[in-house]
Design a protein around this ligand. Sequence first.
Ligand SMILES: Nc1ncnc2c1ncn2[C@@H]1O[C@H](COP(=O)(O)OP(=O)(O)OP(=O)(O)O)[C@@H](O)[C@H]1O
Length: 587
Amino acid sequence: MEEKKKSAVSWVLTWAGQKKSSYVWSVILAVINVVFKIVPYFIIADVVRMFLDGDKDLREYMVKALIIAGSFILAELCHSVSTACSHKATFTVLANIRKSCCDKLARVPLGYVKDTPSGSFKNIMVERIDSIETTLAHVVPEFTSNLLAPIIVIVYFFMVDWRLALFSFIPIVVGFATYMGMMIDFQENYNRTVEKTKALNDAAVEYIDGIEVIKAFGKTESSYAKFTKAAKENADSYINWMKKCSFFQAAMFVITPYTLATVLPIGAHYVSNGSLTTADFVVCIILSLGIVGPLLTIGSYTDDLGKLSTVIGEVTGILEQPELVRPEHTKAQPKDNGIKVTDITFGYHDKEILHGVSMDIKAGTVNAIVGPSGSGKSTIAKLIASLWDVNSGSIEIGGVDIKDIALTDFNDRLAYVSQDNYLFNETVRNNIRQGRPDATDAEVEEVARKSGCYDFIMNLENGFDTVVGGAGGHLSGGERQRISIARAMLKDAPIVILDEATAYTDPENEAILQSSIAKLVAGKTLIVIAHRLSTIKDADQIFVVNAGNVEAHGTHEELLSKCTLYRDMWQAHISVKDTAGDEKEGE
Ligand SMILES: Nc1ncnc2c1ncn2[C@@H]1O[C@H](COP(=O)(O)OP(=O)(O)OP(=O)(O)O)[C@@H](O)[C@H]1O
């Protein structure tokens, strides 16, 4: 909560971690660089005075020229090392920002991640974070030197002739005031371009993700109309902004450097009325030219700093998302692996989906959740799996509220196979091994055998070393499903939730898969969500969910006699099976 008040600078320093000292060195070297940059101005002022005083000692001029050259070399050396230090710290900052975002996404409720287009996360975590690299790496050394150098020159300018120093400010102030015209709606314009870029990313990701559907429906131009529109709007947002900025920018770059517009005529007037020596006049001309360059560089950083704060705002927008409320350490150890769901209500957004669901699941039993499509079966499973938090009511494991169990302990206790069966674009072996990262190859192969996927894996091009493609795209739905079951089984957690785990399986393989699952989960607390009632009719307890409520529970026989909905579902299931059987026979 405290983090909410953090400024952009303190966020950057937090992310810099151990490399904070590199930023400190970068500033120290930038200050030394300024000193070496300033030295030539003092020497040139001296040279002008010597020359006008008629000093003809060539050796002295040579020494001064060498000191100036040495100063330039040392200034450049300090600048290079300072920039290297800040780059070192900056790359640590970028890596830590990305790591914090990944950590955070694993701790927020699933809903936040699912409700945000994946293109937006990708955009923030890759491109947007990349876009601040130059600013972060250069702003520390260059802002320091470009701010400090003109300040010292200005102080010296005031010492030589304070009146001309003041007059030299007129073009600078007018130039920067013009520039501010561009900054008035900077944030608004910048935010618009950020939004349009995100929309473009989302449209691109959606187009790629949906390419199979697009091809299947023979859509061409109309399918990428959303992308084309997003691309056009993105381009327009930049072009319009640039149009608005160009006048102010040009005006600033014309007016600001023209300090001579005041220094030359007014200085000449002072020389003619005897209040300024010719030598000091020449020095003032040099100084007035010297202050402008660094100030213009600082000016060019103002919009970079605006962009930096927007990107940090986007990142902290992710980092400050409320997390699932879980303690760091489990408050009390569950006495067993029984699950008690008490009067839970839940809605993904405003609409309530579950309206007071209660379930009592004994440790080591097989339980099924059945019900019509959309009745809330998967939602109950996801709440038990702690992917979301309930709105009211409680879920306990072994007598301990899951909100009092640390996420790591909870994850050790429960394995969840969702309907999505997401596989990473890695080898089959590594996908299964995600269930238990320290599992040996032999253990991975053993669990694959037990979950009935060994044979098809061995038939793949490179067996267990076959890369499965993005989201497991090189495999069939059923193959993906069996690998995700093997992955969950390798975890060997005492509570297993299978959401439609056999949905893709054909009737012949279904029996094999069911018996492998039965062996693998023996003695564990099992919750199965199934549409095919024949697969769960032997369960110890079946919960019939209808429109967000548990309508009845009991064994298959009990439900057949007391629950009309279950009876109807069973009848429908049996008749479908019969029809399928008849059709098979008739073939
Ligand atoms: N991420 C989500 N955001 C908003 N609403 C959702 C989300 N997921 C599910 N719902 C809605 O919640 C309700 C219950 O969905 P749920 O997936 O739990 O049903 P189900 O019984 O498992 O359905 P099925 O058997 O078809 O898988 C549905 O009306 C669904 O549209």
